[in-house]
Design a protein around this ligand. Structure first.
Ligand code: NDP
Ligand code: 8X3
Length: 250
């Protein structure tokens, strides 16, 4: 029987690439995001390979998270793999000049949203005595950088939550993997810089950034490890990157 994965943030970047990699491996998909058109597009192309369903919700809305995941038909509630990927950075600047709406978006989405989705899915895994949760953190969760305090704090929280989840869930047959990517060329910088394409493009110039498919490959490795192996933590940097903000550009 094929496995079922629920992926948040499946409309773009790492989440979308993970959906593609999972479909190629025969894993059925519950794709989540806030843009129905994008969800339909991804579902349309992947449903030729595997069974796909979509859920439209904002991870920050706990009522909607519970209601949408709760509304899945019984078969789809047999979630084997949860990819907690939805998230973004909003803005890059000092705390004194920071926009509190940006802080809310990062803390509410990257931290509380991940918790709300996990709270909806963990009981389903506990009932079955198996599962695998992959949390997408960041190198920013391990190394704080100038002007990134709130985003870095939100990802540091993901690192801690991965550890906390592993402590709680390993005894119940549920694995937890924390994935911390470096610079991946996605819509991440476009969102961070509020649609400023020039500024977003500049982030990835002068070196070869990671592609979303590189992270998807690592996730696939973690979820396909034998039962005796838990891949607890993966940090994946670009080839030219030696730390969060140290990138050797040409
Ligand atoms: P993208 O902007 O390309 O994708 C972000 C995804 O998250 C989209 O599918 C978006 O879907 C979804 N999303 C964002 N906010 C919400 C929300 N409130 N509710 C529901 N879905 C939401 O960026 P990436 O693919 O790069 O980002 C994916 C994850 O990887 C994030 O957690 C990010 O922090 C992390 N990361 C990214 C790195 C990078 O360099 N790109 C490096 C390290 C970590 P929609 O808009 O349809 O809701
Ligand atoms: C995204 C990578 O280092 O730009 O998490 O914050 S970074």
């Amino acid at each position: 029987m094929s496995r079922i994965a629920l992926i948040t943030g499946a409309t773009s970047g790492i989440g979308k690439a993970t959906a593609e990699a999972f479909a190629a491996s025969g894993i059925d998909l519950i794709l989540c995001g806030r843009r129905q058109e994008r969800l339909d597009e991804v579902a349309g192309s992947l449903s030729e390979k595997v069974n796909v369903t979509t859920l439209l919700f904002d991870v920050r809305d706990k009522g909607s998270v519970q209601a949408m995941i709760g509304s899945l038909p019984d078969h789809w509630k047999n979630i084997d793999i949860l990819i907690n990927n939805a998230g973004n950075a909003h803005g890059l600047g000092t705390l004194d000049e920071g926009d509190t709406d940006d802080w809310d978006a990062m803390i509410d989405g990257n931290v509380k949203g991940l918790l709300y989705v996990s709270k909806a899915v963990i009981p389903l895994m506990l009932e079955r005595g198996k599962g695998h949760i992959v949390n997408i953190s960041s190198i920013a969760g391990k190394q704080t950088y100038v002007n990134g305090a709130v985003y870095c704090a939100s990802k540091a929280a993901v690192e801690v939550l991965s550890e906390g989840m592993r402590l709680e869930l390993t005894q119940h047959g549920i694995k937890v993997t924390n994935v911390a990517p470096g610079a991946v060329e996605t819509e991440f910088s476009l969102v961070r810089f509020k649609g400023d394409e020039g500024r977003a493009d500049k982030v990835y110039q002068g070196f070869e950034p990671l592609q979303a498919s590189d992270i998807a490959d690592a996730i696939l490795y973690a979820i396909n490890a034998p039962a005796r192996v838990t891949i607890a933590d993966l940090t994946i940097l670009a080839g030219a990157q030696s730390a969060a903000t140290v990138i050797h550009k040409k």
